[in-house]
Structure formats: C-alpha cells, structure tokens
Design a protein around this ligand. Structure first.
Ligand SMILES: [Zn+2]
Length: 161
C-alpha cells in the first residue's frame, strides 16, 4: 500500500511487507539498514569533525591576524612616541646583560677549585701534609709532620700570607 500523499510506503504497509519476506531477506534487509546507518553516522562524525577543525583554524587565524595588527599598531605608536618626544629609544639589553653574568661564574669555578685542591708538602721529607695537619696548622698555628715529625708554623708554610 503506497501512501499517495508522501509517495512512501506507510509504516503498517512496510511492516506487512517486511514479514512477507523470507528470513534471509529480513536479515539482509536489517544488515543493510544497519550498514547504511553506520555509514551515515561515520559521515556525520567526519562532517562535524571537519566543521570543528575549520572553525578552530579560522578562529586561530583570526587570533594571529588580530595579534599581528595590534602589535603593528603598538609598534607604530611606539615609534611615533619616540619621534615626537625626541627621546632615545632604549636598546634591548636583555641578551647583552645575560652573557657576562653567566661567563664569570664559569671562569671562577676552576680557579677556586685549584686553590682548594692545592696540596702542601713537608719541606723535610717531601710527603704531602694530611688534611688534619693543615686543619691543625690553621687552627693552632703549629703542626707536626706525621711522617718525619718536623714542626711547622702557620706563617712559614701558608702560601697566602
Ligand atoms: Zn715530613
């Protein structure tokens, strides 16, 4: 039974027609309908995704365009300001300032290290003075070599003074 108003089968007529089909036909029909629905779903998904991406990139493009325009306007007025006020435009020094503060730190490190590591030797037997001897020497002013027993005075051996 065809609905003459829409040109489509009415729902009841469709159900009636469906039950007249053999089982294999019903199964194939259902599979076909599901396949079509899935394909429509995938199509709609990619369509929405495409639209979302399109809107995203348009907004991003507009954002960068506006930013560039605003930055251009800012630069223009900045130049205008220095032109009218006849003030010296400050030179960007950030990069210049950073370099010297970093370099000395690197240069000082090895120098300080070599002074800490410097080993003092006994003038009598030539053996290196131990840490406890150096400590004793700086604290009490007097120390004795642990190898030969020679006494030292702080002022005599200290390199710095
Ligand atoms: Zn010694």
């Amino acid at each position: 039974m065809v609905d003459y108003y829409t040109g489509w089968l009415s729902w009841e007529a469709f159900i009636e027609w469906f039950w007249t089909l053999p089982l294999a036909g019903q199964i194939f029909f259902v599979i076909g309908v599901i396949t079509v629905l899935v394909l429509i779903g995938i199509g709609v998904y990619y369509l929405i995704k495409g639209v979302v991406y399109l809107v995203y990139y348009i907004l991003k493009g507009v954002y960068y365009l506006l930013r560039a325009i605003l930055f251009g306007i800012y630069k223009f007025f900045e130049e205008l300001y220095y032109l009218i006020s006849s003030k010296e435009k400050p030179v960007k020094q950030k990069n210049v300032e950073v370099a010297p503060t970093v370099k000395p730190a690197i240069q000082y490190a090895p120098v300080q290290r070599s002074m800490d590591i410097k080993v003092r030797y006994c003038s009598e037997c030539g053996n290196p003075l131990t840490d406890s001897m150096s400590q004793q020497l700086s604290e009490k002013g007097v120390a004795f070599c642990s190898h030969c027993g020679k006494g030292f005075k702080a002022g005599f051996l200290e390199m710095e003074s």
